[in-house]
Design a binder for this molecule. Structure first.
Ligand SMILES: [Zn+2]
Length: 314
């Protein structure tokens, strides 16, 4: 699993990038000047009538209905999970609490132990399978990165979900519905998106970001399939899109991502057909995309994408 190692670079990049993504986002900083892994408290942003977000690592979505509240993603480890749950409870009007996760990686799913025991955990079957296969491997990998990550993830165990679904499920939260859906492999095999229909708000996980080069951490990610997912999302428009690792935006994010990802994929395959090595293609495309997309945050992740696509199409 050597390709897992690239995930660290991409993650650090994402964290660093987030500090500069615009005035709308102010991330907390640890005393050493590093971005904090802890979710901020008492700093919930309202996105639309029923949708709120904690902007942090990662952005946490909170959908509030009269009967139930849905939290999207947990934060890294149970201490962050408890913060997300507390912030959700402050906003809640009903007694039922749902939790879902956009994918199985630790900052999205490993905080579930911090939620109250009667929380209803919902996720896609594909994501659940993946979590069972690779969840602990990612917890160990993250834990090996820093003492703080290790401490936040100490003793993490994943419990069985209460509800799983194949392609989509609609939760009636009382006065607002949330449609949880899966369209195929992208950043992981089990990426989930959340459409809060009456609010025209999409909580998009890693699938739609705001000017971030695709993060392909291992062979459960696929750029080819990711482009197909984006092309299926293109006809629908949402007034608000809340990604997990970048600033919220509107429907233009989908088109932006589709153009960048599909152009990058096409150029990689073209250079591969011309007989260029992955390293040669990486250098060419790094220069090309830096010129064409100067305001994207983590363009230095392009060589990882090139390597991934070369092996995806070997
Ligand atoms: Zn991830």
């Amino acid at each position: 699993m050597t390709s897992l190692r690239t995930y660290r670079t991409v993650l650090v990049f994402t964290l660093t990038a987030r500090l500069f993504t615009g005035s709308a986002i102010v991330m907390g900083r640890a005393p050493q000047g590093l971005p904090t892994l802890m979710l901020p408290e008492n700093q919930v942003t309202q996105v639309s009538d029923h949708v709120f977000a904690i902007i942090g690592f990662p952005n946490i979505g909170i959908v509030v209905g009269n009967r139930a509240t849905l939290v999207v993603d947990t934060g890294l480890g149970p201490r962050n999970g408890a913060i997300a749950a507390r912030e959700a409870q402050k906003l809640s009007r009903g007694s039922v609490l749902y939790l879902t996760t956009t994918h199985y990686h630790p900052e999205h799913a490993a905080g579930e132990g911090g939620f109250p025991p009667n929380t209803l955990l919902v996720r896609t079957i594909e994501q659940q399978k993946e979590l069972e296969q690779r969840g602990m491997q990612f917890v160990e990998m993250f834990s090996s990165r820093s003492a703080q990550m290790k401490e936040l993830l100490a003793g993490v165990k994943f419990r069985a979900p209460d509800i799983t679904f194949d392609r989509e499920i609609t939760l009636d939260l009382g006065g607002v519905t949330a449609r949880l859906f899966w369209m195929g492999q992208a950043h992981t095999k089990g990426d989930e998106l959340i459409d809060v229909e009456p609010d025209s708000t999409l909580i998009s996980g890693d699938v739609v970001q705001n000017k971030l080069v695709p993060n392909l951490p291992d062979d459960n990610a696929s750029l080819k399939s990711w482009v197909e997912v984006l092309s299926k999302l293109r006809p629908t428009s949402w007034q608000h899109i809340v990604p997990d690792h970048s600033a919220p935006g509107d429907s233009s994010l989908i088109e932006q991502n589709y153009q960048f990802f599909s152009q990058l994929e096409a150029r990689i395959l073209e250079l591969k057909r011309q007989g260029k090595s992955a390293d040669e293609a990486a250098q060419i495309l790094l220069a090309e995309f830096k010129a064409k997309y100067p305001d994207w945050s983590n363009l230095n992740a392009i060589p990882n994408v090139v390597k991934h696509v070369y092996s995806e199409n070997a």
